[in-house]
Design a protein around this ligand. Structure first.
Ligand code: GLA
Length: 692
């Protein structure tokens, strides 16, 4: 049994970790434990009521509540803030009962406010094999009048009492996403957030915590995220008692939800996990869970794609695309994706967004002639769209200028010459569903790249029927609704999430999109670092990576291929200009990739030497049965003289024999003696690993 119940105490046991909670003697729902699984159910600490320290520190200021609200004399950040109709702003939730759905590994705990008809259900689902806990909160009220919910987070995680707390998180900006930080926390709060309407290039709801000593392969690491593609917020707080709590969920900035009597609100789901073997195991658990249980199409083979954006930008037409498609097919590409520029009057970024039908000049007979040709060449056809956007110069905007997010009377700030359609509105959702459904029904499209190329400004919703600040959440719900409806109607289409590169990379969107585009930066040496950090958070099977012409004078084609082969391989260069030799080489790497892609996507990944830290880096992928693997090693630039360091493989079966670089040794011997390589500046190798 994985949910152990003992009166009003619960232990959620997973394969190698556990989480415990229970009612304190005074009746508070209290956190007890999160860490390695212990031998017996009664090994876990009992819920405690803290004593009063002094009149400035009442017991509630040190309680480890499972879902703290704005209440009483607790001054740490709460998860729930509400204003009742009579102006009261204290929420006093108390335990009612709990139900365990053992077959689904779900525990639900019901809480009710002491004075108002407000009910909160804390939901926990455990994913034992991955040591992950999924948490979400449902809230409803049975009063006579609406209440204002100004904050409702998905989770709070309490960490054990550690000497030091170190927070790991990512930051970035457009074309420079996924920079990893490891920061020792002091007293007070560290707040990470997006208020851009989307997840954002600037950060990600993922976080990890350790005592400052964890490494890639050692030490305890607690980690978590929120499956949400809109404004998010994470608050890590060290209280005056030196305890750390970390809260996360929908950003409460400019947020208010008017909860009507009888209405139910469910938060996005948060996920938390624990690893006792460093950051590697933390990422591996997340990878396994996401690819085995989460992605819409599960473990289907990722097709090698060609994308025409960097080759032709907006200058596309049926002839140029057919020419590229022929080149791509000869190299072994399996999916041809037509990017921006194909739709009505789209010759640059100043017009067309919103009018999702083929441009008559570029595609006089529609997309069919191109699609037929692509299919004849043995490839699938994919298409770029940016449904949430509109150019003022478009038929759609001329017809419905009130459909965009705006404040009446204020200028509408353009970014990339576009405005954002208000997907909180039902009629906008319905319009997009109908126009995109038509596009997908009339054309044999197997892949959609869904883009989103700006952040919000003037976040107004003038004709909202309720509180216009619900926009922040209803917009994201609208995006999910449109996406979900299209997926239901066209279940075989594979979606890619893109937002000017990595602006929308999160577990929320991965319910809909099997692949994402981590960055518009396709320069291979920059990409190495972006990819390394991306892979801490998400699996390689979701990470698209194209071989392009960026920095081609310095970075050889093989290096560019090797970098892209570490994820879902794509080609994005102007292959029409590639020489015969380059095309032959591309053909070679594509056929090599076909040998290894199942290992790269569904095997285990081991970071052997970090590209963020060193000019010489290496990564190894090995099948989960430890049979076959592939090792990539890279050297970017470092001044001579330099000796390439020994690379030590990992993940091999200790007693089995492996052939690597022409020699046979046991797995443990390889891990001990390593592999000597000789790499010059901007060179790389692909090394097969085969069990004998
Ligand atoms: C964004 C994407 C690019 C490309 C362009 C097209 O920037 O990230 O890959 O699709 O839009 O306008």
């Amino acid at each position: 049994m994985s949910i152990i119940i003992d009166k009003n105490s619960w232990v959620l046991e997973m394969d190698s970790c556990a989480y415990a909670l229970g009612l304190s003697p005074n009746g508070y729902l209290t956190h007890r434990y999160w860490g390695p699984r212990l031998q017996h159910a009664d090994d876990y600490p009992l819920p405690k009521d803290p004593d009063e320290e002094d009149s400035f520190n009442l017991p509630e200021n040190r309680r480890l509540l499972e879902y703290p609200t704005a209440e009483g004399a607790d001054y740490r950040d709460p998860c729930l803030c509400i204003r009742f109709q009579d102006g009261v702003r204290d929420v006093r939730l108390r335990f009612v009962d709990a139900e365990a759905e053992q077959d689904k590994d779900i525990l639900k705990i019901h809480l009710t406010d002491l004075s108002y008809e407000l009910h909160v259900i804390l939901c926990y689902q455990i994913h034992s094999r991955y040591d992950l806990i999924e948490r979400w909160v449902e809230i409803y009220q049975e009063g006579m009048k609406p209440i204002d919910v100004s904050r409702i987070f998905s989770s709070i995680w309490h960490l054990p009492d550690l000497e030091t707390y170190r927070l790991s998180y990512t930051s970035g900006k457009w074309a420079d996403e996924m920079k990893m930080h490891h920061e020792i926390l002091g007293p007070g709060k560290k707040v990470l957030a997006s208020r851009r309407l989307i997840t954002g290039h600037n950060g990600n709801p993922w976080f990890a915590l350790d005592d400052g000593t964890a490494t890639e392969y050692t030490g305890k690491v607690w980690f978590g995220t929120v499956a949400w593609s809109g404004n998010w917020k994470t608050i890590a707080e060290i209280s005056e008692n030196q305890m750390l709590q970390i809260l996360s969920g929908i950003n409460d900035w400019d947020f208010n939800w008017q909860l009507q009597p009888g209405e139910r609100f469910t938060t996005p789901h948060a996920i938390g996990g624990f690893s006792s073997e460093g950051f590697h195991e933390a990422s591996q658990k997340m990878h396994d869970y996401v690819r085995e249980e989460y992605l819409p199409h599960g473990k289907i083979t990722r097709k090698i794609l060609y994308n025409s954006w960097e080759a032709t930008t907006f200058d596309v037409d049926v002839h140029s695309q057919i020419a590229l498609a022929k080149n791509a097919a000869e190299m072994g590409v399996e999916l041809f994706v037509l990017d921006d520029g194909w739709f009505n009057r789209r010759n640059d970024d100043r017009a067309g967004l919103g009018d999702w039908w083929p441009d008559e000049k570029k595609f006089p007979e529609g997309l069919t002639p191109l699609i037929d040709e692509v299919k004849k060449l043995g490839m699938d056809f994919g298409l770029w769209i940016e449904p949430e956007m509109v150019n003022p110069d478009s038929d759609l905007y001329r017809l419905h200028p009130d459909w965009v997010i705006h404040f009446p009377g204020l200028d509408r700030t353009l970014a990339r010459n576009q405005l954002i359609l208000n997907l909180a509105k039902n009629e906008v959702q319905e319009y997009l569903i109908s126009v995109l459904d038509k596009l997908l029904s009339e054309n044999d499209i197997r892949f959609i790249k869904w883009d989103m190329n700006r952040n919000v400004s003037e976040p107004g919703w003038p004709d909202a029927s309720g509180d216009a600040r619900e926009l922040w959440v209803r917009y994201t719900m609208g995006v999910y609704h449109v996406w979900q409806t299209l997926r239901q109607r066209h279940p075989n289409i594979i979606f890619q999430s893109c937002s000017g590169g990595g602006g929308r990379v999160d577990l929320g969107i991965m319910k809909y999109a099997d692949q994402v585009w981590p960055s518009d930066n396709t320069e291979a040496s920059a990409r190495l670092c972006i990819q390394e950090n991306y892979l801490q958070l998400f699996p390689a099977a979701t990470m698209e990576s194209w071989v392009t012409d960026q920095n081609e004078a310095v970075i050889p084609l093989a290096f560019r291929f090797h970098v892209s082969m570490c994820g879902v391989l794509g080609i994005g260069g102007n292959i029409a200009n590639w020489s015969d030799t380059e095309r032959e080489e591309a053909k070679h790497w594509i056929s090599e990739y076909k040998k290894y892609r199942e290992i790269i996507h569904w095997g285990d990944r081991y970071l052997l030497r970090s590209a963020v830290e060193y000019a010489v880096s290496a990564v190894l992928y090995i099948s989960q049965d430890q049979q076959n693997g592939v090792l990539f090693a890279f050297r970017t630039y470092c001044a001579e003289p330099v000796e390439t360091p020994t690379i030590y493989p990992r993940g091999l079966a200790a007693n089995q024999l492996y052939e690597i670089v022409g020699q046979i040794k046991s797995g443990s011997a390889w891990e001990e003696v390593g592999i000597r390589l000789s790499l010059s500046n901007f060179s790389s190798v692909l090394i097969p690993i085969n069990r004998i």
